[in-house]
Design a binder for this molecule. Sequence first.
Ligand code: MN
Length: 467
Amino acid sequence: MNLFSNTTYTDRRAGLLRNLNTQNDSHGSSLILIMGNTESPMNYRDNIYRFRQDSNFRYYFGINLPNLHAVIDCASGETILFGNDYSMEDIIWVGEQESLTSLAEKVGIRDIRPLNDLHKYIKESDRKVLFTPPYRHDNIILLGSLLGESPLIVPSLVSEDLIKAIVAQRSIKTEEEIVQIEDAINITRSMHLTAMQSTAPDLYEYEVVGAIHQSLHASHAELSYPIIFSINGQTLHNHHHDNLMNSGNLALNDSGAENPFGYSGDITRTFPVNGKFNSQQKEIYELVLKMEKDCIASCSVGTPYRDMHILANRILLDGMKSLGLLKGSVEDMLMANVAGMFMPHGLGHMIGMDVHDMEDLGEQYVGYTEDIERSKVMGLKSLRLAKPLEAGFVITVEPGIYFIPQLIDKLKAEKQHNDFVNYDKLEAYKSFGGVRIEDDVHITNKGAKVLGEYIPKEVNEIEEIMS
Ligand SMILES: [Mn+2]
């Protein structure tokens, strides 16, 4: 099993208790319950999906196995791991497994108790139980039974102080985490180079997706999210791969690996199916590339990420004005949110063990503070990270420009943005698709650093790889 040293886990747990006391010093007698994930059946009990451990559980307790739960006693600082060793029946069917005692020792835990003792322990201790938002139904039901509450109200009983304490800690990546994230990005890089080299006219998208999977699994990695690979890049989360690719199409590949330590990469590249950008594609591509590079260069400690999203919008508006697709003052267009029509998603998000890091804890805790109000306009409303950047954050920077024919037709019919949009000229872009370029960036006191080995993104570099 891929584990950091036991001091990593004991230090993380001690840090969590310190953070929790900073939130609220009345938690001295509480219990922190962190639930691991169970196996998920696909179509009958023994036919299961790939097991994915809960990220909070893996962060604090390391063990990447199902059916484990852990309690940290805020008073004593001690951890109890609840779980069962394999029975002979288990060994017959799925083989031998390292003992829980041995695994627990590697993550600095000495107190291991049978899974069935969890109920009794919670009941008899009669102390306040702090837990994070459950997102799997089996854990919601288990929590209901542990707390003696209806599963329906369990999600409303989560501890905001615990959420804030975890977010504060997991947001700042340590050096050994950066090593793992870079490993995930380097595997992701091979997926992207493979995709560029296997794309050609008259192939189906799924044939390239198959090659991406091959490259991923050959590195003993798993997907950090379902692959987006499509000639319809204007559909933001397009998980269908059944189109025949034609010369003249752009292909958008947004895919990433989760490495054996459980850290994620999230990269997007867009390239021409026939290996050569036409002039229309090149103009829009170069504009998105400028948005990406300028935003990365402007990221620094203390800069609100919301400002970076607005910078991307400003470059988009200025560039599309130069191409004759927009008209009028860029400041007026910013005020009228014309950019949301062409980039309806946010500029980026935190990344770490989860591709959208810690979103199980609530996006508002990860990306916002109490005094940053969430926008309601297209684009900005989808910004997952708005708050000022801190040293140690790892974030994605992923601007895009999309021509969504249905949206263009709707806004045109409603005469929206008539003062700014040259709808006649846009007609020639309605089958363009979309361009997105995404890298994963480490914020340090020296500025922003793109993590991982370089993944080609200049026009000439992509054309060279595909030639
Ligand atoms: Mn992303």
